[in-house]
Design a protein around this ligand. Structure first.
Ligand code: ZN
Length: 395
């Protein structure tokens, strides 16, 4: 839940300082982890780096002036980013740059210090900054952490991380398969297909024009700065719409079906494998490259996360292999059956379907096919405890 934040001029200065500290910690931690590869010595994990931070704060007054919570959290976030990178679900953490990555995160007891000022406004007590006002356009319920950031246009936002409430299963026994499509973001075994809205044609045109204008604008000029912030605004709009789509789609699926089956496929691997190897050159490289961008863009990872939160214990991950090459009618597997990105025509039985929907039906059936061609049922329920132990907080 993201709201516009309104720091005073003095708070803005303090805020930027803290963002700088967070960035300093992040980059220093990242540098250490990258160095480790070359030296092959023991790596400093979060605990080691947190200890070093304490030492650094004792030695450098400017660092000690800032909030230790903020600085530690940056290291913790880096640690999480690093783990996700090795788990294969995320890209490697990148360097944080001034003006591009101005942000800080607060987690835990300090994150819940929010007071209601009036009908539309609340304030949040940010460590070392004080009470900062934000426009509360929606009710704020049960959050665990928040992130404050400043965009390139100089606007501040606060985003509260909220774990959505589990949605009760309809109890109909309905099972749905969800496939990541190419031309559409998601195809369902019911035959439905949906994609996030993203930018409208007019907005996309405008973005393209602005990007061209940026290429011509002189470095460091006011104009360049202005164009940059307009581009950032359009990109934020695009991201917001995609996130909105993820929320609506995950809610609808959790409400309509008892069991939701998705491919267990790591996004990073899929993006990486597009080029193929010498022995096995990647087929449809251009299409796969597009697909890679597409899945990252359409926020598949976020969709699965939200599904698991909204339908805990009801999301099943099914092995991804051959779901797009298997005929859902006769189970024959042939790469040639997938005539194009959009159409599937079985070379054995002639069954015709939209290729993504055919794949979604295979996923719904929970079958996975091994390399030898025998079918196995691999779907296993991922049971998770409900994550709502605390009473909800309302501000
Ligand atoms: Zn067939």
């Amino acid at each position: 839940m993201r709201f516009r934040l309104y720091p005073s001029a003095a708070q803005e200065v303090l805020g930027l300082e803290q963002c700088g500290h967070a960035r300093y910690g992040w980059n220093l931690g990242l540098e250490q982890r990258l160095m480790w590869r070359r030296w092959k010595g023991p790596t400093a994990g979060f605990n080691g780096q947190a200890a070093q931070l304490t030492e650094a704060r004792a030695a450098a007054r400017w660092l000690a002036c800032g909030s230790q919570t903020v600085q530690q959290q940056a290291l913790r976030d880096l640690d999480q980013g690093w783990r996700s990178f090795f788990a294969g679900t995320h890209r490697r953490p990148t360097w944080r740059k001034a003006s591009e990555h101005e942000g800080l995160r607060i987690v835990g007891p300090q994150a819940v210090r929010v007071r209601r000022d009036n009908r539309a406004r609340s304030s949040v007590l940010v460590p070392k900054i004080g009470w900062v006002s934000f426009k509360r356009s929606r009710a704020l319920i049960d959050w665990k952490s928040y992130r404050i950031s400043r965009d390139r246009a100089g606007r501040w936002h606060i985003a509260f991380a909220v774990i959505p409430e589990p949605i009760p299963a309809p109890g109909t026994g309905g099972v749905v398969g969800v496939d990541r499509g190419v031309t559409v973001a998601v195809a369902l075994s019911t035959g439905e297909m949906t994609s996030p809205k993203g930018l409208r044609a007019k907005e996309a045109d405008r973005l393209l024009r602005l990007q061209r204008r940026l290429a011509r604008a002189r470095r460091g000029s006011n104009r360049r700065h202005q164009v940059k912030s307009l581009i950032a605004g359009l990109k934020a709009k695009d991201a917001d719409r995609r996130k909105d789509w993820v929320e609506k789609t995950s809610t609808a699926l959790a409400r309509r079906f008892d069991v939701i089956r998705v491919e267990n496929l790591n996004i990073e691997g899929m993006t990486r494998s597009a080029r193929g190897t010498v022995q096995k050159p990647g087929r449809n490289v251009a299409q796969k490259a597009g697909l890679g961008r597409g899945i990252l863009k359409s926020g598949w990872g976020l969709l699965v996360t939200r599904l698991e939160q909204k339908a805990p214990g009801r999301v099943e991950k099914v092995k991804a292999a051959y779901t797009s090459q298997t005929c859902n009618a006769c189970k024959h597997i042939a790469a040639e059956s997938r005539k194009s990105q959009a159409t599937f025509v079985c070379v054995a039985c002639g069954h015709q379907a939209n290729a993504d929907v055919n794949a979604a039906r295979n996923i719904a059936a929970g079958h996975a096919v091994t390399a030898r061609g025998d079918r196995r049922v691999l779907a296993r329920s991922v049971k998770r405890e409900p994550q709502h132990a605390r009473p909800p907080k309302v501000a």
